[in-house]
Design a protein. Structure first.
Length: 632
């Protein structure tokens, strides 16, 4: 059996990381491929790959927007892509590895990536820069959230509670304030250090901390942290190249003395020289944004809303969020309020969408929508991604509209949010909390209505097209009396059942025989049951994923028929290809002279069950209309 290993990771390590893991696992399972996925989330590395698992693997997929140790995969076929490709294109990535078209990876080189056509190519320089940046951001965010929330809590005791000269002074609040400021103060050094670490490994981390502290103390802001991080990382690579000719006996001296001292001196001095222009740029940007929120909240809210909803946790969203965090560290709580509102609105909007048009969504989508009320309330935007992935051209613009409304209203209402994360959990420290919630709900309701209206329109349009197609398709003589939309070939809507209490294969065959005799399709129930059992004795008709396609050919059958049963209780005595119980049955009854039709319909049905989207929709169908539309 083919064995694949994978590593997934996103900057925040909250949603994308585990969505990519699930997508790769599902795709591998569908292809009968063994896979183990290591995750790089906020809790650290989980499900870590062992040296033995790496040695036994036929290929490696790295779906990450943060630094993952690649050198351990030397000698393996390694495919490196963004985490979003791991979510959206898991089948394609697995096929690339299985095909053997991915070249072997050598330590110190760059792994290949899959382009849009499915062929492999070297990882682009732009994507590498993005991965390095996101490695810094992912390590920075938890520290910023911790520091920001503690700082925000200190304000609950009074806006001047940390000032010894104020009558609001409180010792506990002052200590919280100091701790929070330390956390926020670490933002720039950690950002710098982990950008440098992604480029220059451990030596880069050391120099990144040094240059990052210089950037912070000189007031260059997070832009200075980004510049110092990239500069330190590439400086270490340059110094390593210069010292490459040293004898191997000096390797220990090089790593513990030469690289830190030379890197610290050169990088630190360069950062001192760059601090003055970087400080001017940072102050100019902060001044521009402060003026924008006062003079043109409409334009600022529109920009922030569109950025936050555009890729929901991706690089554009992160650009807006990191800017808000930077301004938060400068004492600007207005900008972060709009960013938070724009990030909270999308998942709540999907909840409203399934609330408004529940019957037009699949069961799984409805469940996800309801859960998104909770995710959105805690500032987790990624819950909206599955909805956007299914219909991006409509859902993403709809979410951008709602996020923009939420951000614009937040700026007009002068709401301040002193915490960088937490959603509605931090309402006690938000100025005008009720107005902020109303602004978010207004944006989410508009987006939810737009998504629901489109879903309803697409569903009805699809049903009408299917009805027209069915009306134009040739029907048997027996079917001419039935409405065209109720029958299609062998399948009739009246022959689709949702049943409880059937727990064995024999009980199922008896149920089919009773229904078919009632409808005049067969003459003898026992003869039909024996025909089904005879076919099962030759080889099981149990498929994968809970599906079975039993079929019988017998003199007792008057006319070719198809019957579909979705079970509430699984049948466990039916051998299947993946050893899973049967919950969905598509049965065929063919007269002796109908062998060609028999093979045609069986083949057609089997092909439909290869399509994972069709399988997913059949499993989640709750009405005969849905099953009829999928199998007709």
């Amino acid at each position: 059996m083919t064995k694949i290993i994978a590593a997934t990771g996103c900057p925040t390590g909250i949603a994308h990381t585990f969505m990519a893991k699930k997508a790769l696992e599902d795709a591998a399972k569908a292809k009968g491929i063994e896979i183990k996925v290591e995750t790089h989330g906020q809790a650290g590395i989980e499900n870590a790959l062992t040296p033995q698992e790496i040695a036994e693997a036929d290929g490696v997929i790295i779906a990450a927007d943060k630094d993952v140790d690649e050198d351990r995969f030397a000698g393996k076929r390694v495919l490196k892509v963004s985490v979003t490709k791991g979510i959206k294109e898991p089948d394609k990535l697995i096929e690339e590895i299985v095909s053997g078209s991915v070249p072997l990876f050598k330590s110190g080189k760059t792994p290949v990536s899959a382009n849009t056509s499915g062929s492999v190519e070297k990882e682009s320089f732009a994507h590498k820069l993005y991965v390095y940046l996101m490695n810094g951001v992912s390590h920075m965010l938890p520290v910023v959230v911790a520091g920001g929330v503690l700082l925000a809590i200190s304000f609950m005791f009074g806006i001047n509670s940390a000032d010894p000269k104020s009558h609001e002074y409180n010792v506990f609040a002052a200590n919280l304030n100091a701790i929070g400021k330390v956390g926020l103060g670490l933002m720039v050094p950690i950002l710098s250090a982990y950008i440098a670490q992604a480029i220059g490994k451990r030596p880069g981390l050391i120099i990144g901390f040094i240059t990052g502290m210089i950037a912070y103390t000189n007031g260059t802001g997070f832009l200075g942290g980004i510049v110092s991080g990239f500069m330190s990382g590439y400086l270490i690579l340059l110094i390593e190249q210069v010292l490459k000719g040293l004898p191997r006996q000096f390797d220990g001296l090089k790593s513990i003395f030469l690289l830190p001292v030379l890197g610290g001196f050169i990088g630190g001095y360069l950062m001192v020289l760059l601090s003055s222009p970087m400080t001017a740029i940072n102050e100019g940007m902060m001044h521009f944004l402060s003026n924008m929120q006062n003079q043109s909240p409409l334009v600022l809210g529109l920009i922030v809303g569109m950025m936050c909803a555009f890729d929901m946790g991706g690089p554009v969203n992160k650009a807006a969020y990191v800017t808000g965090v930077a301004l938060l560290g400068q004492g600007n709580f207005y900008f972060m309020a709009g960013v938070s509102a724009a990030c909270i609105a999308p998942p709540i909007a999907t909840g409203f969408a399934v609330l408004f048009a529940g019957k037009y969504f699949e069961k799984e989508e409805r469940n996800a929508g309801y859960v998104n009320f909770l995710l959105g309330s805690t500032h987790i935007t990624e819950g909206a991604i599955p909805f956007a992935a299914k219909n991006p051209l409509v859902v993403i613009p709809s979410l951008m509209v709602g996020s923009s409304i939420a951000a614009i209203l937040t700026y007009y209402l002068k709401v301040q949010v002193p915490a960088p994360h937490g959603g509605f959990i931090v309402l006690p420290i938000v100025t005008h909390p009720l107005l902020w919630v109303l602004a978010i709900l207004a944006g989410a309701l508009v987006s939810g209505y737009l998504i629901a209206a489109d879903q309803k329109h697409r569903y009805k349009k699809n049903m009408n097209l299917q009805a027209e197609s069915a009306a134009q398709s040739p029907a048997s003589t027996h079917e001419k009396d039935a409405p065209a939309s109720e029958t299609s070939g062998l399948l009739k809507k009246e022959n689709i059942y949702f049943e409880k209490g059937i727990r064995t294969k024999d009980e199922l065959f008896r149920f089919i025989a009773e229904k078919m005799q009632e409808k005049g399709v067969i003459q003898d129930q026992q003869q039909l049951i024996r025909a089904f059992q005879k076919r099962e004795n030759q080889s099981s008709t149990g498929m994968e994923g809970g599906f079975a396609i039993p079929h019988a050919q017998s003199e007792t059958i008057n006319q070719a028929s198809m019957l579909v049963i979705k079970l509430a209780d699984p049948i466990t005595d039916w051998p299947t290809l993946d050893n899973n119980p049967v919950t969905f049955i598509i049965a065929f009854m063919i007269p002796p002279k109908g062998s060609e039709a028999h093979l045609h319909y069986l083949s057609d049905t089997a092909q439909k069950l290869v399509d994972q989207n069709t399988v997913h929709q059949l499993k989640n169908a709750e009405h005969a209309d849905q099953i009829f539309a999928l199998l007709r």
